[in-house]
Write a protein that binds this ligand. Structure first.
Ligand code: 0X9
Ligand code: ZN
Length: 435
């Protein structure tokens, strides 16, 4: 235990130094966020095409008619954006007056909690952490659980990212001589959605050290594969250089822009023209081909190799409070067994106090091809595959989109844990009945 603590303290010092180097950080002084509502499909489509040439950052892509569109815009482009709003007679309001202050407030909060933290494994669950701290945490979890008689945590890499970082997974299981089905959970495909890895880190803690009857049942009935950070390169870039970064960090030959949207790059009905892009400078760039980047390729090959034992896959994103099931590759493609997926989602959401919208990715929301959820189900036969968009929902009614203060982590994690407990109980019931 002492060993794990000293690793932890060393890591905290190293990261503080990195955070102190602010010289190359992208600043968002004078950037504003606007929330608009579209009242028809036509208007939404027209809006997307009229703004396609503008350098906007969509924090919340319009999911449906009457859903909000959250857009971050720089001071130089604000006039052009407002012209489009006026032209299409769309109502909008400015919900953030200075994005840089929002980011700065979060940085201060992270720093403050870090300084007050007493080094312990639990302290990792209460804040956002660097990639190297997350690695140390997973090491510490596996070192301590492996001393207990029957709960094990095996730490391994599923492969390396473009920048040579390991995509680190931990398998948590109870060794009792039974062969069990497995559940795969990941977070952090999108760099800026920090609450997602934080929730997975909290869940790892509960599985490894929580001992209530539901956690015990979760370990009696399933093996758990947990990958808290699918995209460590992008995550580090969002921590140290650009808080709004979504993609991976690969170089795109012939383009000045880096990165691929890993959730557009999986090899199942891959199609940049469906919710993705062929332009490397866009946030939803689908890559030069399916599985062109290692982040999605490695995760995909893990799913393929373990597909027959994995019964469920949950991939955590943010934000909006959606519990989505496949398929997402087009608006016309709902999984044939969608009713079973929807009812398991209903059981899960009923156990949570935050209200989640349940729906089919492509049909009920927006089509986006190349997602990890579609690949898990369509190419690997993982029946229960979901994308979970974590809180907040009303992003600007007190919360601020991806910028969820670290003091909110415990509440979101505890609510998600209640959902996961109900999910595992119901999945086990169906498994036993061979449903
Ligand atoms: O667009 C995405 O990749 C996800 N939403 S997010 O705001 N976190 O970016 C939703 C993915 C849903 N699944 C598929 N379209 N396959
Ligand atoms: Zn996402």
């Amino acid at each position: 235990m002492f060993g794990a603590w000293s690793v932890l303290v060393a890591a905290l010092v190293a990261v503080d130094v990195a955070v102190a180097d602010d010289t190359q950080r992208m600043r968002y002084d004078g950037y504003t966020i606007h929330q608009a509502v579209s009242t028809s499909h036509d208007q939404l489509q027209q809006f997307m095409s009229e703004t396609s040439h503008l350098p906007l950052s969509f924090w919340h892509i319009p999911h449906a008619v009457n859903d909000t569109i959250d857009i971050m815009v720089g001071p130089d482009v604000l006039h052009d954006l407002k012209t489009v709003f006026d032209k299409l007679k769309m109502e909008s309001k400015q919900v953030v007056d200075n994005v840089e202050s929002l980011f700065e407030k979060e940085r201060r909060s992270v720093h403050h909690i870090r300084r007050r933290a007493t080094p312990s494994i639990r302290s990792y669950t209460l804040n956002y952490h660097s990639y190297s701290e997350i690695i140390n945490y997973l090491h510490a979890v596996s070192n301590s659980t492996n001393k207990s008689p029957n709960v094990h945590a095996d730490y391994f890499s599923i492969g390396k990212t473009t920048q040579g970082n390991d995509q680190v997974m931990i398998k948590i299981y109870r060794q009792d001589g039974r062969t069990k089905p497995a559940i795969l959970i990941d977070g952090g495909i999108h760099a800026r959605e920090w609450i997602a890895p934080a929730v997975v880190i909290n869940f790892i803690y509960q599985l490894a050290f929580g001992r209530d009857s539901e956690i015990n049942a979760m370990l009696d009935n399933f093996d758990w594969y947990l990958l808290p950070l699918v995209n460590p390169d992008g995550y580090e870039y969002s921590r140290l250089r650009d808080r709004s970064w979504r993609k991976t960090m690969n170089v795109n030959p012939g383009s000045p822009c880096k990165g691929t949207d890993a959730n557009r790059n999986f090899d199942f009905h891959w199609n940049p023209y469906s919710g993705g892009s062929t332009n490397p400078c866009e946030e939803v760039y689908s890559g030069s081909s399916a599985f062109s980047i290692p982040e999605s390729r490695n995760l995909g090959s893990f799913m393929r190799h373990h597909g027959s034992s994995i019964k469920a896959y949950l991939t955590f994103h943010s934000y909006g409070q959606y519990f989505l099931y496949p398929y997402g590759y087009s608006s016309y493609s709902v999984a044939p067994d969608y009713a079973e997926l929807a009812s398991l989602a209903r059981t899960t959401v009923d156990a949570m106090s935050n209200d989640y919208f349940i729906g089919a990715s492509g049909k009920d929301l927006y089509p986006a091809a190349g997602g990890s959820d579609d690949y898990a189900k369509g190419a690997c036969g993982i029946k229960y595959s979901y994308t979970v968009e974590l809180p907040p929902r009303d992003a600007f009614g007190g919360y601020t989109g991806f910028i969820l203060d670290p003091s909110q982590i415990p509440e979101v994690a505890a609510d998600t844990l209640n959902g996961l407990k109900a999910f595992a109980i119901e999945l086990d019931r169906r498994h036993r009945l061979r449903l």
